[in-house]
Structure formats: C-alpha cells, structure tokens
Design a protein around this ligand. Structure first.
Ligand code: FUL
Length: 504
C-alpha cells in the first residue's frame, strides 16, 4: 500500500513534465517518416560513386567463375600489381572509393591467409607472392582519402568446408577478421546471393546447395561483421543495401530506399513506398564491354555512356559501383585510365563533382548560389529557412509545417542563366518523403513552361539529378535560358524537407 502511494506520487510530477516540456522534437523539428537509415547507411550513401576491381585467378585463366581447382601457380602477374594506380585512376573519374575482389567464387585468396593454402602464398611468381592485394589496396585508399571495402565471395568452390557447419565460422569469418587487420574502416562488404552449386570442394567435387539466409545465419553474421568493421554495410544478402536488379547501370526514375520483399525486378529498380525497412539501391555495372574480370581484347565504354550511367544511378537515388578490371600486369590498362579521366572532367565541368586532378576554377558554376530564392512556406521554429537549401551543410534543411504535403521554391536571377541540370537532396535521416514534383522555367519572369515532361519526376531521396531536357543520353544540349526556375512539390509522405539544391 505504501509502495503504491509512493509510485503514484512519483508518476504525477513525471506526467506533468511530459505535458509541459515535450522534448521529443525540440525546435519543432519534423518527426521522422519511417523507416529511416542507420548512420552507417547514410555514410555509405554519401560515397555515391565508387569502383569495383575484379582481379584474381580469373584474370589469368580467362574465366568469369573459376571452378576452384585452378593450380595456384597460374596466378602469376606479369608486373608488380599496383593497387595505388587503381585508386588514383578512379579518383580521377570523380569516384570516392572502391571495393576490391580479394576472393572470388574460385576461393583463391589475394592475401597470405591462414585459412587455406589456396592463396598468393603459392602463386606462380614473386610478383604474385609478394603483393598482398587487400593490404596494398587499403593502404593506397587511406593515403588518397578514398573509402575501401572488400569482396570476399561467400561461395567458395575450392574449400572442402563449403556447405558444411565449419565453413562460416572457421573459414569465412576468419577471413573477414584477417582482412580487418588491413583496415577496420571498410565501408561496404559485397555479400552476394550465391546459393552454392558445383565445385572442387577440396577434391570431393559434387553439388553443394545452400539457402543463404539460413546457412550464413545473416543477422548474427551481420552483427559479427559490424563488430569487426563498425561502419561496413553488408550489401545484398546482408540486408543493408540492395541490388538494383540489373547490371546495366540504371535505377528506376522513381526509386524508394525502402523495400519489403525483393522477388520482383521492379521492386529492386524502384524500391517500395510501403517497404518496411531501409534498403537503398546500389547499381553494379561494367565500364568495359566483356566480363567482370579482365579479358584480352576488351574495350572501354565511352565517357559519354559512363556519364549517362552516372545520371541514371547516382542521379536517381542509387549508388554506382563501376567495375574497372586490372589486367595481367596488375594495373588498369591505359585506355581505361584515359576514359576514366575524361569522365572525371565531364562530371566536374557539368555537375561540379570534386575530381582529383581538376582545378576548382573549371568546376561547373552552381547558379542556385547566386539566385534569389522564394518559398511559399517555412516551418515555424526558426531553423528551417530557405537559406539552408544553399548553405552546403547536409544537416540543415528547409521544411514546411506538418500538414502541408507540398511546397514551392522559386529561384530568380537578374539576368537569364543557361540551365541544364537541377540537383535536389532530401535529409534522409528523417526518411524519404517526396512523392511527386514538377519543374518549370520562365524566360521573361512571368510566362512559365514545364520542363522534363518526358521523365518521371516523383522521388528525390538522398540525391536526384535531373537533366532539364528530360534526356540522360543527350543531357548537355543547349540548355534553357531561365530568368526563373520553379520547383513545385506536389505530394509527399509527410511534410517535405529539402537539404540541398544545385543548378548547373
Ligand atoms: C556476382 C558474381 O557471381 C559475379 O561473378 C560478379 O562478381 C558480380 C559482381 O557479382 O554475384
């Protein structure tokens, strides 16, 4: 009885506090619109554009999927592999990091692992034996301020353990731990949906089929990987970023970062407005015209085509992991390096992407910075002003009041500007919200024409880059002479928020 009275006594002031001082959303901050990303998913998204380096035993056998019985001596680089050259070449294309394949399905490890003898320890020459690829790659990435991650194929066609209880703990996780010695600040681990199949399996051969979710015990495996590399998102089966559903370098024009189940390609390409968990899209695509690994006689896609892929992935709320395969000398071939540098120049001169080797003075000018901006509404609370749209701070944003599911932003210039691209960003920490918007321009300041009518203008998400002529293949045309540019948000899942606008 006494205890009860005491509890009631304590509860009353607590309730009073809750009523008068609700600190859940100080400064009238908008409530998050769930689901929302984890901090590591946000950091991953900010990486935007990064490389894939498929290099290993297949580079020397000409295969795409080695069986696992390839003699170690076949790995014999004709020169000293140079991951620093890989890193600097993709940095010159405007990329912010890369993932190196350090074990593909054939099981050959590009570092001297203790888990198997199928590694560079037994390579065919000194170049192969002495170049510890993950170590050199991580060192070079850190030196050049690039993010890095590893692809350690879960499916291992060489290992006698694969398909058995011992594999995940005794081989796969040990390999992840070994790799963490070279750097625990990995940003992504590629974890594909490999379901097993036939292979060498330590000489036993046969078929070993597994169900990835069950076999890898994904939730626990993910937790263990996070303990080893706290900011590393597990792509694919890991459930922290999804495959975009194709390997051609495009995402849906409408692209939600949420999904629930992923059985249909359209859900992969477009996400799902009703999806219950945050599972943003990553597009994996080849910069060359043949396989993932280097093949004799292969050619590079043109910088124009790669620019289009960038617009259709990074520009559509996905990330782009672009495969650039090192050759048998362990370097990126000259034509790859040249095309990458042309791409970097284009991204810099058209979209002001910061690119290694390009000077600040040649970057596209952001006309949003010189515009007078008007908005139809600003959320009360003093922190959600239109100035946040152009302050270059990703953590500040413009917002409307709760209940307004739309809004208008008008940019004006005293003299008409030639405009080609509009970049919009939502502060995704509070969820992906915008569902529908339109863009208009005015040459004289009073008559309006809608732009980009041939392209869906629905979702924004982390980043949307809109070629104003509606074409990703011929986006740089003559541009539009605009005295004003107006963005009207027509519908949103909750009050719309925008953290950034650029106009180029
Ligand atoms: C897939 C693999 O099977 C391919 O060989 C390649 O590595 C691709 C990027 O991922 O899952």
């Amino acid at each position: 009885m006494k205890i009860k009275t005491l509890l009631v006594g304590l509860a009353i002031p607590a309730l009073g506090f809750a009523q008068n001082y609700d600190m859940t959303y100080p400064d009238n901050a908008p409530a998050p619109c769930h689901p929302v990303p984890s901090d590591r998913q946000i950091m991953w998204n900010e990486t935007e554009f990064y490389a894939f380096f498929h290099y290993g035993m297949n580079t020397f056998t000409g295969l795409e999927w080695g069986f696992g019985n390839e003699a170690e001596s076949r790995y014999a680089p004709k020169g000293m592999p140079n991951p620093e050259q890989w890193v600097t070449s993709v940095k010159a294309a405007g990329m912010n990091g890369g993932i190196a394949v350090v074990k593909h399905h054939d099981g050959f490890c590009l570092w001297p692992t203790a888990t198997t003898s199928h590694s560079i320890k037994n390579a065919g020459n000194e170049n192969g034996r002495s170049a510890n690829i993950p170590q050199l790659f991580a060192e070079a990435s850190k030196k050049h301020n690039m993010k890095y991650g590893f692809y350690i194929s879960p499916w291992d066609r060489n290992s006698a353990h694969y398909g058995k209880d011992t594999y995940v703990t005794e081989v796969f996780l040990k390999q992840c731990e070994e790799l963490a010695q070279y750097g625990s600040d990995q940003f992504e681990m590629w974890f594909d949906g490999a379901r097993g199949g036939d292979g060498y399996y330590g000489g036993e051969g046969g078929n070993r089929d597994i169900d990835p979710e069950i076999y890898y015990d994904v939730p626990n495996l993910r937790a263990r990987v996070h303990r080893i590399a706290p900011n590393c998102i597990m792509w694919g089966v890991g459930g922290e970023a999804r495959w975009i559903g194709n390997e051609s370098g495009y995402a849906g024009n409408t692209n939600w970062a949420m999904t629930d189940y992923l059985s249909e390609t359209v859900v992969r390409e477009e996400g799902d407005i009703n999806g219950w968990f945050w599972n943003p899209g990553e597009s994996d695509a080849k910069a060359t015209n043949q396989g993932w690994f280097w093949h004799s006689g292969e050619t590079m896609k043109s910088a124009d085509r790669l620019f289009q892929m960038y617009l259709e992935t990074v520009g559509r709320n996905a990330t782009l992991i672009l495969n650039c395969p090192p050759d048998q000398y362990g370097v990126l071939p000259t034509n790859t390096v040249n095309e990458l540098s042309k791409l970097g120049k284009m991204l810099h001169e058209r979209l002001a992407v910061p690119v290694y080797g390009q000077s600040e003075s040649t970057a596209a000018k952001d006309m949003a910075k010189t515009a007078t901006i008007e908005v139809n509404e600003t959320r009360t609370g003093g922190k959600y002003d239109k100035a946040n749209l152009t302050d270059g701070n990703k953590d500040t944003y413009w917002a409307t009041n709760d209940g307004s599911l739309g809004g208008t932003i008008t940019l004006s210039w005293s003299t008409p500007q030639t405009v080609r691209y509009l970049v919009l960003q939502e502060p995704i920490k509070l969820g992906q919200r915008i569902k529908d918007f339109k863009i208009e321009y005015s040459e004289d300041g009073s008559n309006w024409t809608e732009l980009c009518t041939s392209m869906e203008t629905t979702t924004v998400g982390y980043k949307r880059i809109i070629p104003l002529n509606g074409s990703t293949s011929n986006s740089y045309g003559n541009g539009y002479n605009a005295k004003k540019l107006r963005i009207t948000i027509l519908d949103s899942r909750a009050c719309p928020l925008l953290s950034n606008i650029n106009v180029y």
